[in-house]
Design a protein around this ligand. Sequence first.
Ligand code: ZN
Length: 149
Amino acid sequence: MSLEGQHPVQLNELYRQVIMDHYARPRNKQPIADPTAAVHLMNPTCGDEITVQLRVEEGKVTGASFQGRGCSISQASASMMTVMLTGKTVAEAETAIRKFLGMMKGEPGPHKELGELQALQGVARYPVRIKCATLAWHAAEQGLQQATV
Ligand code: ZN
């Protein structure tokens, strides 16, 4: 799906649809076989809870999944993250995580390389919700460290 050339109002609606689609039909929301790392994190201010599982083989993320419950932002972000990280090398995955966390800290764009994750860019304006969006990513960050020790 192209997110370019959209009128801002249409873009906001498109972003909302991307988030709701991942919330309603989460990708990779099941345990994976033979995970090399599993990290459970909570965001008490919102009640979000997430376990991210990763399988890293020969420097590559060959599996990424999540389980948990929480608000639409936390769940959609986790779903999109598992799609983004699967198939990447560990170095690429670390770069993607750094870029996403940077976007959520309000680093100026464009953030085209984050693809549909740009849908969460607007959340950076709401400090309370940033933790919802970044929860899974912090779990993945720790998971990559576990998996590559
Ligand atoms: Zn939340």
